[in-house]
Design a binder for this molecule. Sequence first.
Ligand SMILES: Nc1ncnc2c1ncn2[C@@H]1O[C@H](COP(=O)(O)OP(=O)(O)OP(=O)(O)O)[C@@H](O)[C@H]1O
Ligand code: SF4
Ligand SMILES: [Mg+2]
Length: 349
Amino acid sequence: MAPLLDVHDLTIEFPQSRAGRAVSSSPVSSKPAPSKTAPVAAVRGLSFSIAAGEVLGLVGESGSGKSITSLALMGLLPPAASVSGDIVFQSGDEPPSRLTQLPPHKLRELRGSRIAMIFQEPMTALNPVMRVGEQIAEAVRAHHRVSKAEAWKRAVEGMRDVAISEPEQRAKSFPHQLSGGMRQRVMIAMAIVNRPQLLIADEPTTALDVTIQQQILDLLKDLRQKFGLAMLFISHDLAVVSHVADRVAVMYAGSLIELGTKADIFRSPAHPYTQGLLRAIPTLNTDRSKPLATIEGTVPSISSLPSGCRFEPRCSFRVPTCASDFPALVEISSGHWARCPVLNPPRTA
Ligand SMILES: Nc1ncnc2c1ncn2[C@@H]1O[C@H](COP(=O)(O)OP(=O)(O)OP(=O)(O)O)[C@@H](O)[C@H]1O
Ligand code: SF4
Ligand SMILES: [Mg+2]
């Protein structure tokens, strides 16, 4: 059966200023745009798929391209970005939709109904001067021809689905009257109220404290069971991803460096970067008197990427060819892919 979402060879480029900085396309900036040179790829050749009901975790350090990947799926990248590759969404027996080629009104139809998104900071996504129930009801009316009363009823049910107690009362609150965890629940209610098949969650728990974080992760797991929801769960934190994901994709500097089941990634990580991320997770056996292991160095800027393996400047396994040859992503065991020929040498027959 075709996957629910199939991303093939996705590349996202931004124009670059002469100073080497990627140019942001803020429509409100009054400053003249810097002169441009060749575009730089913030994401290059990214391929992955998500089956119906499956949760794929997308992990990587800040700047690795996680958010722009999710924005590309939703058709929400800034106009300056240029996108190539194929993004195919196919639900059940319906004909496939090629998201990069859909006209804007068709994409709007899918967004918020079949594919929904939640963000890290609900305060920036919610309207501060509108009651939360009305905001959820508006999401209903954007996709269904129903009366205001019916939309309000569905909004209250949506709040009940995300375990908000006394939803009839809470629906009348403004965002600032709710705690951070409760606001995130409202965002999730708004995302699932139209029963999407795919939920894209970009760092949905990062702004929350640890106890609330766990509650939101548990809620997402419950909703997945209840509604058969597939998810792209984005986080910089591999430990958080391990709570919800079936498979994990690891990105580094705009490219996929490892992809496998949760067991593949946690029990037999095949790329030095994934191994480093795992060493940085505290466990019950971690000696608390010593600082946690970290990966030396920082992610390179997209305008000055190494020409060979992008992880080479930070890698303790590097050999001379790593600096010149960009490694291919290779399937090292069924469904487990890694981009490091040094730790995963090609098998000879
Ligand atoms: N509007 C933009 N204009 C130019 N470059 C951009 C723009 N948005 C993102 N980029 C570039 O794309 C890269 C990836 O950004 P993205 O926001 O996807 O990172 P991320 O993995 O989500 O990081 P974080 O964990 O900090 O959220 C950034 O390093 C930035 O250089
Ligand atoms: S290809 Fe070389 S530099 Fe890159 S991760 Fe493997 S060993 Fe390290
Ligand atoms: Mg991000």
